[in-house]
Design a protein around this ligand. Structure first.
Ligand code: OAD
Length: 472
């Protein structure tokens, strides 16, 4: 009964530029949900340069679906249909996943129960890292043999022969896509509608609702009590079923939304932990160099309120900054590391005009750490970031909450080399420093990673708390 039918009508990562106010309701829905479904359409790939079907430059303006996207059309003119698909395959091969695809892949890390249903056949979600996914309309990167029924990968573009043939049995291949008038696989249908029924939150991104699938899934999810959020550059057939609409480009809205939702989730976690600990919390952030520990510490501090101390280790102060502080050449290293790092941190924070208190810990006096950190009673949150600070077992053990910030290694390397270069290093020096730093940090990193209560992954989609092991 559910088939494809035409319905009537129809990078360096920065905190994203805020394009619109995302309502607290939307952020709360993303933060709280555990069972999430995302439904995407051609609009999510528009910013990758792949044409949509409907709208001003849509494919169905210039091509007729009944001549290219039905089994009858293929029977009549397989060569023409394949030419059209091979042209589209070429477009898809040239395209790159955009930030919206990346955020969708990141969401999969966060939500325990998650399903992406895409109507797109371009393969960009998979290339962005999505795995818990149904390609409801198939993929242009696969062919199906009309003789033996086998589904085969078809990765080369342009194809050598049109129509392509199955090497094994010699049968003609058709694109492994779902055409108008054809039915969805029963197992796929079952999977999609089960996810819709259970979903607490459904994001519908870049689809007109021109075929019935998104409407049917959203209707089912609504009946089950899900919150429906639509992201689309225009109103669509889905709009009237959405509780919230975010109008604009998916590649801009999704990163912004995810940044807000992840930060809000982290802040909640920190506050909840602080409450358990009597209102005061010592948080440590460790992770590979270049992962953005200080960026995360500052973002958290800004959200937590005015009385937050952020102590950072000295290593990320570049030479220019050290020069400005009159401290060049006195940088701490793990074995000689002492009060200096704290002083540096505090002085730097003063320069940045942020409120700070100086913890009184010194290696010379062996003042016990917990008491030292308790000294500033008016500071409810102390965030320590940096592997050197956490290198001290005393500091590490005194933490109430450990965060491990992991990062896409290529992104970490790029960030770190750029930072050294901003500090005046040549590219070669920057790479050497990066490698040295990496080696020095490895031991600490491993120790902290194991002990961390919160693991965060950072990639081009921003920060994502890894919590797919969470049940519920
Ligand atoms: P459509 O082309 O019908 O709709 C694309 C939607 O994306 C529209 O609602 C646009 O407003 C929206 N849009 C465009 N650019 C956007 C952007 N940058 N950010 C957010 N939204 C944007 O594509 P689908 O709904 O996917 O099926 O079409 C569904 C099915 O109809 C396709 O899978 C295909 C087609 O015929 C088959 O071929 C079987």
């Amino acid at each position: 009964m559910f088939g494809v039918t035409l319905a009537g009508g129809a990078g360096r990562m920065r905190a994203p530029k805020m394009t619109q106010n995302i309502s607290g309701n939307v952020v709360t829905a993303l933060k709280r949900a555990n069972r999430v479904m995302i439904v995407t359409g051609a609009g999510i790939s528009a910013e990758s340069g792949i044409p949509t079907f409907r709208g001003a430059d849509g494919l169905w303006r210039n091509f007729k679906p009944e001549e290219l996207a039905t089994p009858q059309a293929f029977q009549r003119q397989p060569h023409t249909v394949w030419e059209w698909y091979d042209w589209r395959r070429g477009l898809c091969a040239q395209a790159q996943p955009n930030p919206a695809h990346r955020v969708v892949a990141a969401m999969e890390r966060f939500y325990h129960h998650f399903l992406l249903v895409t109507q797109n056949v371009d393969g960009l979600h998979a290339r962005a890292g999505s795995r818990r996914m149904v390609e409801a309309h198939g993929s242009v990167w696969r062919g199906q043999c009309l003789q033996c029924g086998a589904t085969l990968p078809l990765e080369v573009t342009p194809l050598k022969e049109l129509p392509p043939r199955h090497e094994g049995c010699g049968g003609m291949l058709r694109p492994a896509v779902v055409w108008f008038g054809e039915s969805y696989e029963p197992a796929v249908l079952q999977q999609m509608f089960a996810a819709a029924e259970e979903a607490q939150l459904v994001l519908v991104v870049g689809t007109s609702g021109g075929v019935s699938l998104p409407m049917d899934l959203v209707t089912q999810a609504r009946q089950g009590g899900a919150t429906i959020i639509e992201i689309n550059s225009e109103r669509s057939a889905v709009s009237r079923l959405a509780h919230e609409r975010l109008e604009g480009k998916a590649g801009e809205i999704l990163p912004e939304l995810w940044h807000c939702a992840q930060l809000a989730y982290l802040v909640d976690e920190v506050r909840a932990r602080a409450e358990q600990k009597g209102g005061r919390l010592l948080v440590g952030i460790a992770g590979p160099p270049g992962a953005g520990k200080s960026r995360l510490a500052k973002a958290l501090a800004a959200e937590l309120g005015p009385h937050v101390l952020v102590a950072m280790d000295g290593f990320h102060f570049n030479n220019a900054r050290l020069e400005a502080l009159g401290l060049r050449g006195r940088k701490g290293a793990p074995e000689t590391f002492d009060r200096l790092a704290f002083e540096l941190a505090v002085r730097a924070m003063r320069l940045a005009q942020e409120p700070v208190r100086l913890p009184i810990y010194s290696r010379e006096t062996h003042e016990p750490v917990p008491e030292a950190f308790m000294a500033g009673q008016t500071t409810p949150f102390v965030i320590i970031e940096g592997n050197y600070l956490l290198h001290w077992p005393e500091v590490r053990d005194a933490l109430d909450m450990r965060i491990y910030l992991d990062c896409d290694p290529a992104l970490a390397r790029k960030n770190l080399i750029a930072r050294h270069q901003r500090g005046g290093a040549t590219e070669e020096e920057a790479i050497r420093k990066f490698e040295q730093n990496d080696r020095l940090n490895r031991e600490t990193i491993q120790a902290t990673r194991g002990a961390a209560e919160l693991q965060i992954w950072r990639d081009a989609a921003g920060w994502t708390v890894t919590r797919s092991d969470r049940q519920g």
